[in-house]
Unconditional design. Sequence first.
Length: 148
Amino acid sequence: MKQLFIILFFLFTQTLFAQKDGEWTLTGAGGVLMEHGYYKNQQKTGEWNYYYDDGVPSLTANYDKGILHGKSIRFDLLGKKIAMLNYVKGQITGEQIYYYSGEKVLSIGEMINGKENGVWKYYSPSGDQIGIVKFKDGVQLNELSKTK
């Protein structure tokens, strides 16, 4: 019994402190894929895919040395695209596009270091531009306006 305990303890500690390098897959209940990506030097690198507990995609994100960097696509519970975000060293930066559930654009705007900046354009579900909102350093400067 003592030997069994020692063997199990050794196996547990080896698993607990295992180095993460290479391809990584996490599965949930019933073997459903929850996330898939790659580690390099114990840090997430490249494209990672995340899934809801029913296997529907929830997020595709890119990492550099464990930090979000590059394009990230978010999906609703049905797997339809709802946002295309850009990250630079962990901060939402650059053009951001939000969608009605699916492919129709809801809004487009720029962010710098996680804050809205400039003119954000808003669209109806039919694709017509319905207005704009101006931002500076994350502060909204006006109400929704029809001015182009």
